[in-house]
Design a protein. Sequence first.
Length: 292
Amino acid sequence: MVPQIDGQTRLLGIFASPISHSLSPAMHNLACARLHLNYAYLAFDVNRQGLPAAIQAMKTLKMRGANLSMPNKEAVLPLLDKLTPIARLSGAVNTIINDHGQLTGDTTDGRGVTNDLAAHGHSVTGQTITIIGAGGAATPIAIQTALDGAKELHLFNRHGPHWQKAQSLVQLINQKTAATAHLHALEDQQILRKCLASSAILIDATTLGMGKWKDLSPITDPSMLRPDLVVYDTVYEPRQTKLLRLARQTGVQHSYNGLGMLLYQGAAAFQEWTGQQMPVDIIRQEIFERGD
């Protein structure tokens, strides 16, 4: 549902490629309609080559804001006027706020996870957390959990293209936050078992479990999971990944897919643009639970 459009309607949007699958337009337009806000949110298929023109168009068209997804989250950095502290630490932006022609980049992905966990009664404050992955999703999640008061972070990644990035991320967390971060090789299953045994929360921030990797899980031995471990998978399509199936089969009491991350990262952006709280319960019921 799109609000009634008139001469005062402000434009919001998302720049990504591909983009036709995105749930963001449905989320934001429904929220605007329910709150009677005069905005319209559109999806724009924009890749890195078209990104500079799209960013300039935000100023020309006086767009209030935009979201970014792959492949634009890092490429946009030099095109913006300002970065929030979390965006600067993460080295990526998923939200742009246009204040009278000054574009500020923010990243709300990490808040998407921590706010979703909090909505289910799980605080990261004072906790030991295991995070698998070091790519685009893992970085803001790790930094946000550290900023939100996590005591200790165990980051696992395979030796490969992202290993150096993972090393830099751990160093950054140890230097810039009060949390203590460690990097481990995912191939070392004994260390993974030990770290999970001392962790309250496991976050899988990889793409395992979706697409051509739908039959894979970063946890291959179900005995590593215990009933009181919170298991969070950032993948939301399919909604039941192999990791989440393993968690349920082994009696894990609290396991979640990435739909909540999508919802709450969008809610954080929505509030920055409009000053209003997104009606997340309505969005969940009318879009996510109906499968639209």
